[in-house]
Write a protein that binds this ligand. Structure first.
Ligand code: AMP
Ligand code: ZN
Length: 110
């Protein structure tokens, strides 16, 4: 499948990986919108939020728990951070592989 985040997870495309385990890869967004802008991505291909079903529930809970762990690891948990799932065109979603944005490092504006 021609999916950029599958290719990053498979190391077919380089990225700045900050953490990885059996289920998730976490890397720096190539076009950061905040001093800390990470993407938390399941290694298996799974579609965006509007395609999720009940059998995806372990991935869904896992991605949020991974975000919490990474926020602590990169030192932003105390000051705070924002977690974002973009869904569909009005949200500007570009990549059709589930990913959670973690933004931090300054007071964030909407
Ligand atoms: P979204 O708009 O939620 O689909 O977000 C996709 C994000 O992936 C954007 O913030 C892009 O900057 C980011 N992105 C796209 N390609 C790459 C890449 N090769 N490495 C890192 N981040 C990427
Ligand atoms: Zn994919």
């Amino acid at each position: 499948m021609d999916c950029i985040f599958c290719k990053i997870a498979n190391k077919e495309i380089n990225s700045e990986i900050v953490s990885e385990d059996d289920n998730f890869v976490v890397f720096k967004d190539i076009n950061p919108k905040a001093p800390v802008h990470l993407l938390i991505v399941p290694k298996i291909h799974i579609g965006p939020v509007n395609s999720l079903v009940l059998k995806d529930k372990e991935t869904i809970s896992g991605i949020i728990l991974k975000a919490k762990e990474i926020a602590e690891k990169v030192g932003v948990a105390e000051n705070g951070y924002r977690l974002i799932f973009n869904v569909g065109k009005d949200a500007g979603m570009e990549v059709n592989h589930l990913h959670l944005h973690l933004l931090a490092g300054k007071p964030l504006q909407f």
